[in-house]
Design a protein around this ligand. Structure first.
Ligand SMILES: [Zn+2]
Length: 470
């Protein structure tokens, strides 16, 4: 069997979360349920209207560039990409061709080719009636397009690039980047080759999750290998991803750049980015919060595992709460304990609708962790107190004391409990004496029950063994 090298390049579109659209004052609300609620003569392509570029959308692209180490163009312009489709009534899309805003840069070790800005198209639907309907709420929404170099060689790297890009867009607060809602769309250019030259490129579209990105690449690599090994040739084409059948299917032969007849849009002024104060590196830096890569380094310092760190970093609510706790204490034992409770128990409590993470006071969470670490309360109690934090009026210490939840570790407090249980369970005690160790768990469980979960289980265990071996 021949060895093939897989080569993948990605193209990603992300809707930018500006207030207004790219070239008009309409609200940027592509998910509005009422069709055509946010439209005007400009985004409806009426003759004689003039587009005005959205400065904030450009600033967002520039901010992104600064975060990924891209080179910002001094000069940039918008072009017309000519094609007709019912969802593009001007018969062209305003995009960028020769002078994109950004070139270069890198995410997760994957080099970027370019990043440019364009307008989104309207949305056609073919399901509701016999005829097709077009909704223009999405027409003219600012769309950032990013193209990577063809330097990815496997599905997992492509999926992880997408996840990291999504996290970055969300951290920078420039796109919701939700794949299912179409706020972020990935296309993969995939080829395989058994020589030094690149093979025939196939573009896969309509991929709406990171899992699907990986599955589509794996499917396509296997399909291309099969075609080549049967002695056939591959066709350069665009294929769609069928989520239900888990396969790609041929859509159309790929248009070349020539067929779009790009030319500079004469209605939009050229942009000299160096002359705009808001695009200066200093003002862009002010817009950049702590980025995921930097956060990961901090988590490492606190001795938090990569898996737990990623759960928290990719969850805005947890990340915000954790950052507040980390502002109050630098103790890595405390922060590591906090990360455990956040990534497991807080996630579960939120899913159960028991706690609103945003309303948990960081000071009280920190105090709960402190008394847990000290052994004043047991982990069962800690989990019970977590959802009570938002409504607590005093300190956590006061609350657990009043509620009788303080952990009993003292021999003097626990001995009567142990004696009680031993006298009530003679059979089990005999079994334990004769070496059946699993009984010890049962006896400790009885102790926990009797003390309403406040006994220290390790202390109970020690006492049981001591009493029985007397
Ligand atoms: Zn408009």
């Amino acid at each position: 069997m021949k060895t093939y090298t897989t080569t993948i390049g990605l193209e990603v579109h992300a809707e930018l979360s500006t207030n207004s659209k790219m070239f008009c004052g309409c609200k940027n609300q592509p998910h509005e349920s009422e069709p055509n609620a946010h439209t005007c003569p400009v985004c409806m392509a009426h003759p004689g209207t003039l587009p005005v570029p959205n400065k904030e959308a450009i600033a967002m692209v520039m901010t992104f560039g600064q975060a990924v180490g891209a080179t910002r163009a001094d000069y940039s312009e918008f072009d017309r990409k000519n094609y007709f489709y019912p969802d593009i009534p001007k018969a062209y899309q305003v995009s960028q061709y020769q002078f994109p805003f950004l070139t270069g840069g890198e995410i997760n070790g994957v080099e970027l080719t370019r990043v440019h800005l364009e307008e989104d198209t309207a949305r056609s639907s073919h399901e509701l009636t016999d005829s097709s309907l077009v909704d223009f709420n999405r027409a003219g929404v600012p769309l950032m397009e990013l193209v990577t170099e063809p330097v990815i060689h496997d599905a997992a790297t492509a999926g992880n690039f997408g996840r990291e890009l999504q996290l970055l867009l969300q951290t920078l607060d420039i796109s919701g980047a939700n794949m299912e809602r179409g706020e972020m769309r990935i296309e993969a250019n995939i080829s395989i080759s058994d020589t030094d030259k690149l093979g025939t490129k196939v573009e896969v579209k309509n991929i709406n999750s990171f899992k699907a990105v990986e599955a589509a690449i794996e499917y396509e690599v296997a399909r291309q290998r099969k075609v080549l090994e049967a002695g056939d040739t591959l066709v350069q084409e665009t294929r769609g991803w069928d989520e239900n059948k888990n396969c790609t299917f041929s859509q159309r032969k790929k248009e070349s750049a020539m067929e779009y007849r790009y030319f500079p849009d004469p209605d939009i002024p050229k942009i000299k980015t160096t002359e705009v104060a808001d695009f200066s590196p200093e003002s862009l830096t002010n817009r950049i919060p702590v980025l995921p890569a930097e956060k990961r380094l901090k988590y490492k310092k606190y001795r938090i595992s990569d898996d737990i760190a990623d759960i928290i970093i990719s969850d805005r609510e947890l990340d915000t709460l954790f950052a507040k706790v980390a502002d109050l204490s630098e103790d890595s034992d405390l922060l590591s304990l906090t990360s455990n409770y956040l990534s497991v128990d807080m996630v579960r409590l939120r899913a159960e609708g028991v706690v609103d993470v945003a309303s948990v006071p960081a000071e009280l969470l920190l105090e709960l962790m402190q008394i847990t670490l000290k052994g004043d309360i047991g982990s069962r109690t800690t989990k019970d107190v977590l959802p009570k934090l938002p409504t607590l009026t005093g300190s956590v210490a006061e609350y657990v004391k009043e509620a009788g939840l303080v952990q009993l570790s003292d021999d003097s407090a626990l001995l009567p409990v142990v004696a009680d249980i031993i006298s009530q369970n003679p059979t089990q005690v005999e079994e334990l004496r004769s070496g059946k160790e699993s009984v010890l768990k049962y006896l400790v469980g009885q102790g926990m029950k009797l003390t309403k979960g406040t006994a220290n289980p390790q202390a109970l265990e020690k006492l049981f063994l001591a009493e029985i071996n007397k």
